[in-house]
Write a protein that binds this ligand. Sequence first.
Ligand code: KIV
Length: 295
Amino acid sequence: MSESHYAAEAAEKAGSASKKLTAPDIRSRKSTGTPIVAVTAYDVLMARLIDAAGVDIVLVGDSLGMVFQGLSNTLPVTLDEVCYHGRAVARAKLHAHLVGDMPFMSYQVSVPQAVESAGKMLKEGAFESVKLEGGADMAEQVRSITRSGIPVMGHLGLQPQSVHLLGGFKVQARTAETTAKILADARALEQAGVYAIVLEAVPPDVARQVTGAVTVPTIGIGAGPHCNGQILVCTDLLGLSPAPGPKFAKRYAELGADAVEAVRRFATDVRAGAFPADEHAYAAAPSTSRSAPKS
Ligand code: KIV
């Protein structure tokens, strides 16, 4: 896509909903009833494309460890890496609200550590709010980060940073006891001051109960239709991750297959001498006639 295409998109946005979205705007969606649309991004190229589509939230998830770094889980992702990707995404000058995931062990150790890490994410990562995993156990962290002036998004259900404790990436809250726990956790996060809560991999009825129990919006991923919004990882949505991908993720395109086909055609053209053609070559500088030197 060309620069002029982005300029046209920007002009179109300026004519309609050009307002930059903030954490309070996202929170108010609970009462307005307009569903929240959120997508992950990890670089400026993807962030521009996603923002041009008019989403509400761009999340630099710690899923970057799996999507971008090829890791088997999110645990090794560092604060510096999240900040690096945040700066790159922020250069897209988003209309959407920009959220950054607090990486494993950047907030669990202590409340002061959590405040310091969240502060670094705003100062060095250009984020506008942070997301962290956990319920009542993380309420003090949420309270203190919020008190420092930084909006916090919660994350309940499947918490990928606890993958070893959970014994894998498994659906959560499948019993009455664990459903009661997630409801208590959601209420604790709300009281601590979160402006929204991600619900990952829980049965739809559990998401419905949590959504009804709190005054802040819920944003589901693998949590069914009863949330106040939905989030997908960009590579799942665009068909850039290996098929078939997770059960909950709808593939709206097959850009991975298109990319392989495009590069295959480039390789065929190069090997056949069909690329570059004349229109891909530069003309020589126009010749200038000079008068013969005088003897
Ligand atoms: O890291 C991430 O991308 C996330 C989303 C899946 C919600 O936490």
